[in-house]
Design a protein around this ligand. Structure first.
Ligand SMILES: [Zn+2]
Length: 255
């Protein structure tokens, strides 16, 4: 896991684990990420993206959950249209880390048990996992399978308009479903892939494909290595430079 250095005495066993995990990804069609921490999802996210597998990720909060599919490069059979508000998104969908501006870090050391483990309402795990299974089933029934575009309009909680017939016989294939038990409500969210993502960007996938264990070792030693690899470390600098240049806002732009 990023930010968790590998003790020298465990190097060989971790190397063997990485090879084994890599083989398991190769042999399976769908992989579920049902882990307990942010950083534990990193390696299987990278492996799933590198091998272009359907990865279904589920995360729980006290009374909230996330069930999502990780994006793959779009199928050449489906036209890619520029993203526009109110239209379904046809580009590459994001992964769990695509919205992050920092790499996953060690979030476990020196934490109390209740900080490390998610305490949840009793029904959340069953609702989230059932939703995730149904998401997989809908994706697999779509003619483009894991490359199915998202039917849900960008920046919108509404499904595509009824005139857009969903391509999967089971209905729409959303990207992310976020559930809020306190309101008994689910939101469908669409997120685009980020080209500096520490989980699925080209820089990470190229490094993984060229030497899987080397990437794992570098990430474990220092999670910031992932930020340097993707250029995410420059983001803050670039934002500050942009602000220093001065951004002009007009009165009409305030929405
Ligand atoms: Zn990503």
């Amino acid at each position: 896991m990023p930010g968790h250095p590998i003790p020298p005495s465990s190097l060989e066993s971790v190397r063997a684990d990485v090879i084994k995990l890599d083989q398991l990804f190769e042999e399976h069609d769908v992989v579920y990420l049902l882990m307990d921490s942010r950083e534990s999802r990193w390696l299987p996210t990278v492996m799933g993206a590198a091998k272009e597998k359907l990865v279904i990720n589920v995360a729980l909060g006290f009374d909230t959950f996330l069930a999502m599919r990780h994006g793959l490069p779009p199928s050449s059979d489906a036209p890619i249209l520029a993203p526009s508000p109110g239209s379904p998104f046809r580009g590459k969908l994001g992964c769990y880390y695509c919205n992050d501006v920092v790499a996953p870090q060690d979030s476990l050391t020196d934490r109390t048990l209740d900080q490390m483990c998610t305490v949840t309402r009793p029904g959340i795990a069953a609702i989230a996992s059932a939703t995730a299974v149904e998401l997989m089933v809908s994706v697999l029934q779509h003619p483009l399978g894991p490359r199915a575009p998202c039917d849900v309009a960008l920046s919108s909680t509404n499904a595509a308009s009824p005139s857009d017939e969903p391509a999967s016989p089971l209905g729409i294939v959303p990207h992310q479903i976020r559930g809020f038990l306190a309101r008994f409500e689910n939101l469908k969210i669409t997120g685009q892939a980020y080209d500096r993502c520490t989980g699925c960007s080209e820089a990470i996938l190229a490094a993984y494909r060229s030497d899987p264990f080397d990437l794992v070792q570098r990430a474990c030693e220092d999670a910031h290595a992932l930020e340097r690899l993707t250029g995410l470390d420059k983001l803050e600098e670039e934002t500050e430079a942009l602000l220093a240049e001065g951004v002009e806002w007009s009165e009409e732009d305030d929405c």
